[in-house]
Design a protein around this ligand. Structure first.
Ligand code: GLN
Length: 533
């Protein structure tokens, strides 16, 4: 296409309506017509990035290839579009302000009074346009976090208003709202949607398309009413009904004509066919599995599933690849001990020990690994899960009493996991870990090599501690296999053990790169091993 088109997605009435999934679904539909699409998330909080946020606050922190710590919605974008995102795809108020303040300190504003309008809004607009200018995308979909009417989203909505005015037919606003069902009245209610659109109108923004989240089908009459009161065409009122899997949403949006409506509103004459073959075949396997297994996920954030979002989605992809439904049993590492581990693991076909930080629940994770190692239950350890596997092996096989990570016990006699050299002089928390994609070379005929079917891989990291090289030989001599090593730094990235059906632990995060089109090979082989168990 000659020029990039910009699509803004705002939300009203309530949070958690699924703006991220709607944005990703629209991207999928446009991509399936052959367009180049990217999605961006603007988050109205003051943290410079979500890296310093507790998963209880905001769910998982997702890491991009270029090492940005970002909002978990970027994970959905990648899983749906099978395209990498970067730092530019996630911008927070904190980043916007720190940039503007830095410029002010440098004297870039030449004595001007620096204000929210125009300086903050200009910075927001630049961040949006940057994506289109630099990478030749046909469409940039920008999702505005939060809900219209929040104080903190005001500068974003103002930036959208200005861009829409400047760009005319090259920009469009989709507003996602809720149409609640009142059981007592037996009716769907449109008033919250009307109010939410009024709120947008007060800020000068007329939405072009309304996506209405609902538990019940929205009939013609309701569509007409919403259209009339919100100044949109009836065909621009799109129903987004609850569904059992998020992977259904692109097809539901296609049925509702979201993509055709977008193209029409942007004056794009398009009669390309939509190719969703891969997607549909994936969905078919998700819905009609031949097998079913349960895998235990041992972690400390078990109450909030969003904390392990990418891991859970990776199991859906890998399950589909194996024609298998994978149920996940969340197991609190804090409550797990020598007495109850057998009972807790009784019906499990495999166990994953999750990433994490700090001491809480660490002994439960180590206990879990001892059990699966001794009882030959397929095991995948990720990041802290890998470090725990090393600690467990040190304590129980090498006899290194009290072996630990120096993160948890700085005075241990056997710091088998220790701070990386490059981390030693770092005193700030934000954005300072070993982050993003690094090379890794695999050992031939290892589990890892069998899964990836290649020697040179690249995977995303997020950690400060590493396998302590001083102990490497001792481990290798006692049956631990180092099956993945960084070729530049020689850091240990993957360990396995001999004489076990499938025991693989990785320092990196495979879950960040699993997508519908490319299920992650380690998850695929882990599920396969669990299925054979
Ligand atoms: N806390 C560990 C480290 O910093 C592991 C991090 C993680 O699991 N992401 O190295």
């Amino acid at each position: 296409m000659d020029k990039t088109r910009y699509i803004f997605v705002t939300g009203g009435v309530a949070s958690s309506l699924g703006k991220g999934i709607i944005s990703a679904s629209l991207a999928k539909l446009l991509q399936a017509r052959g367009y180049k699409v990217t999605i961006q998330k603007l988050d109205p909080y003051i943290n410079v990035d979500p890296g310093t946020l507790n998963p209880y606050e905001h769910g998982e922190c997702y890491v991009t290839v270029d090492g940005a710590e970002t909002d978990l919605d970027l994970g959905h974008y990648e899983r749906f579009t099978n395209q990498p995102t970067t730092q530019a795809n996630n911008v927070t108020t904190g980043r916007i302000y720190s940039n503007v303040i830095e410029k002010e300190r440098r004297g870039d504003y030449l004595g001007e009074t620096v204000q929210i309008i125009p300086h903050i809004t200009d910075e927001i607009k630049n961040r949006i346009k940057l994506l289109g200018n630099e990478s030749n995308f046909d469409f940039v979909i920008t999702e505005i976090g939060g809900t219209v009417g929040d104080i903190e989203s005001l500068p974003y909505v103002e930036a959208v208003r200005q861009l829409k005015w400047e760009m005319g037919k090259h920009a469009l606003v989709i507003h996602l709202t809720l149409v609640p069902y009142l059981a007592a009245a037996g009716e769907l209610k449109t008033k919250p949607t009307q109010h939410s659109v009024k709120q947008l109108l007060q800020l000068g923004v007329q939405p072009d398309i309304l996506v209405c989240r609902t538990e019940h089908p929205i009939n013609k009459g309701i569509r007409a009413k919403i259209a009339q009161f919100c100044n949109v065409e009836t065909s621009s009122v799109i129903e987004s009904i609850d569904t059992d899997t998020i992977y259904n949403v692109p097809l539901l949006m296609q049925e509702e004509g979201l993509d055709t409506e977008v193209l029409k509103k942007l004056d794009i004459n398009d009669n390309r066919k939509t190719n969703l073959t891969v997607w549909k075949s994936f969905l078919k396997r998700v819905k009609n599995p031949s097998y079913e297994i349960t895998i235990g996920l041992v972690g400390k954030y078990v109450e909030l599933k969003d904390s392990y979002k990418s891991i859970l989605e990776s199991f859906i992809h890998a399950g589909a690849e194996n024609n298998c439904k994978v149920n996940i049993k969340m197991i609190s590492s804090e409550k797990l001990n020598e007495e109850n581990v057998e009972f807790e693991f009784k019906k499990l076909s495999g166990v994953l020990v999750a990433p994490g930080f700090g001491n809480r629940g660490i002994e439960g994770k180590i206990e879990a690994i001892k059990y699966v190692r001794e009882n030959k239950i397929p095991f995948l350890g990720i990041c802290l899960g890998m470090q725990c596997a090393v600690i467990e092996y040190g304590r129980n096989v090498l006899g290194l009493e009290g072996a630990h990570s120096s993160e948890m016990n700085s005075r241990t006699k056997f710091p088998v996991i220790d701070l990386m050299e490059e981390q030693k002089n770092i005193d700030k928390l934000g954005g300072t870990m070993r982050l993003g994609a690094y090379d890794c070379q695999l050992l031939e005929n290892s589990n890892a090599h069998n899964a990836y079917k290649t020697i040179d891989i690249k995977e995303r990291h997020r950690h400060r501690y590493e396998f302590n090289d001083k102990f490497r030989e001792q481990y290798i001599n006692s049956g631990m296999i180092v099956s993945g090593v960084n070729p530049q730094t020689n850091l240990v990235e993957i360990v396995e053990i001999e004489d076990h059906p499938w025991f693989t632990a990785v320092q990196f995060h495979p879950e960040y790169s699993s997508t519908v089109a490319n299920p992650h090979p380690l998850f695929v082989d882990f599920v396969k091993a669990a299925l054979n168990n």
